[in-house]
Design a binder for this molecule. Structure first.
Ligand code: NAG
Ligand code: NAG
Ligand code: NAG
Length: 191
């Protein structure tokens, strides 16, 4: 997107106070959805049934992450590496206000995920659409009590494979892949 266009969009949105977020569970399993503001503990999980969604608002300048666990983690919280969508809304940069969007596989992967602006289809979609569990070597697998592989840790062994299959996701701290947009409404998908 042309920088002048971005600046105009940023200027026209600077008085609006919240971002609307819609989260679709596009998979076939129910998911526990969690949000975590930077520097705060994670929220209690919200169940999103397969094929359904949840919607909420976050304030401008909100910074943090969104992620999911399987339904089995609703009653006894799970803690293992997951696909995170990390955002920083309304950061002042390049002379305007921009949102920074990351699909973060820094620790690991559990489900495909994406983020896009609803009203600005010209902004990039940032995503990891591949199911990286399918290429997870045994030593990086996270297995649940039933013996099912629920996540894959990111390691030096699978970094290259993750990056090939999810080129605009951030696979380690050195990656600069992220989306820059100026929007008030985002749609996320998990599953
Ligand atoms: C999210 O769900 C809404 C309504 O259910 C649908 O219109 C939209 O296309 C979905 N988006 C994606 C990326 O699945
Ligand atoms: C989160 O769960 C705990 C334990 O069940 C409960 O005490 C607390 O009120 C919940 N917090 C919110 C914001 O719902
Ligand atoms: C789907 O999600 C909407 C919004 O969160 C909720 O009102 C509705 O009850 C859900 N439907 C089912 C079948 O869970």
């Amino acid at each position: 997107m042309h920088l002048v266009t971005l600046l105009l969009i940023a200027a026209s949105f600077s008085l609006i106070e919240a971002n609307s977020i819609r989260v679709n569970n596009t998979g076939t399993e129910n998911l526990v959805f969690i949000l975590q503001a930077l520097g705060h503990p994670p929220s209690n999980g919200t169940l999103i049934e397969a094929g359904n969604y949840t919607e909420f608002l976050v304030l401008n300048e909100w910074e943090g992450s969104f992620y999911t666990y399987p339904e089995e983690c609703l009653d006894h919280p799970c803690d293992y590496p997951v696909t995170k969508i990390s955002v920083a809304f309304e950061k002042y940069m390049f002379g305007g206000f921009y949102d920074f969007l990351i699909v973060d596989l820094n620790k690991g992967f559990n489900v495909p995920a994406s983020i896009r602006s609803v009203s600005r289809p010209d902004c990039d979609v940032i995503s990891c659409d591949a199911n990286l569990l399918e290429i997870c070597s045994e030593q990086d697998q996270v297995v649940d009590e039933a013996g099912e592989v629920v996540a894959c840790q990111t390691s030096v062994l699978n970094y290259q494979d993750f990056k090939e299959r999810c080129p605009n996701a951030r696979v380690d701290g050195g990656d600069v892949d992220l989306g820059v947009c100026a929007s008030m409404d985002y749609e996320l998908t998990f599953g």
